[in-house]
Design a binder for this molecule. Structure first.
Ligand code: IPE
Ligand code: IPE
Ligand code: MG
Length: 254
């Protein structure tokens, strides 16, 4: 029901979107931006047309998130499993950071957005890395919302790397295995400088994590919508935050 209204906001019973309250805004929102391919397919277009349209959603949502007072937004852009896709689609996705930066860097600067990346740089083509690095460097002095892009990111890959890094420290004697704490593990994650997400959003109707932030989402609130990523807008984000504000987080307590 809710999803139907989200797809057709004009059908909403109250005419306009519910507005999130100003207090209790989630500090960190993580989004699995899914459904670009289906958006294109519905229109008889190639999958990459959906990615191109989905790129436009990013700026819209980061700007809205910033206005709402969200401090960190993590966006799942490419998973460690997405290499399985057709070569032409992977190549297109690897060109996205350049396209995004060429088009959106001025507005990122204007909105005081600080770009960060989360994921393994190992397999990324040099041109992709160069574009990501430029975005990070150019926005390094910005003090507004942090936009954390998950690129060649996998939650399991991240944990394997953390275990290896801690294993090396045990071998070198700088830490004892028995002393390893949650804090030590967090320190080895790509997102070590970010708080855990308060709210996870996944678009396109899929109800799964697809290897996203397995450690960090332990106590996050989840919100799913059938809306496809290219159609996702500020009203949907407001709706998600409003639902978040109605949730009771107990963290195992009473
Ligand atoms: C999300 O959209 C973008 C990426 C995973 C890069 P999809 O490309 O997964 O779109 P669907 O799920 O096939 O519709
Ligand atoms: C998850 O979406 C990855 C990103 C959004 C980048 P997928 O479309 O790759 O996930 P599955 O294959 O449906 O689980
Ligand atoms: Mg998908």
């Amino acid at each position: 029901m809710i999803d139907r209204f989200l797809k057709n906001p004009e059908e909403r019973p109250h005419q306009k979107a519910d507005t999130a309250k100003s207090g209790n805004i989630p500090a960190h929102v993580a989004i699995i931006m899914d459904g670009n391919g289906r958006w294109a397919k519905e229109r008889g277009m190639p999958r990459v047309a959906g990615h191109r349209e989905g790129m436009k959603t990013i700026n819209r949502i980061v700007e809205k998130a910033h206005l709402m007072g969200i401090k960190y937004i993590t966006l799942y852009a490419f998973s460690t499993e997405n290499w399985k896709r057709p070569k032409s689609e992977v190549e297109f996705l690897m060109r996205m950071p350049e396209k995004f930066i060429t088009k959106e860097l001025p507005s990122l600067m204007e909105n005081n957005v600080k770009v960060q990346m989360m994921g393994s740089t190992d397999l990324l083509p040099a041109h992709t890395l160069k574009a990501v690095k430029k975005a990070i460097d150019d926005t390094a002095g910005n003090t507004g919302i942090v936009m954390n892009i998950a690129m060649n990111y996998g939650g399991r890959d991240e944990l394997v790397r953390a275990v290896k890094a801690l294993g090396e420290e045990v071998e070198s004697g700088s830490i004892k295995a028995e002393d390893i704490s949650e804090k030590d593990i967090k320190a080895k994650l790509f997102s070590s400088n970010l708080p855990d997400p308060d709210l996870l959003i996944r678009t396109s109707g899929e109800i799964r994590l697809s290897n996203f932030m397995l450690w960090q989402l332990a106590y996050s609130e989840f919100w799913f919508t059938d809306v496809l990523w290219p159609d996702f807008n500020g009203e949907h984000l407001e709706e998600a935050v409003k639902v978040f504000q109605e949730r009771k987080r107990r963290y195992g307590g009473v």
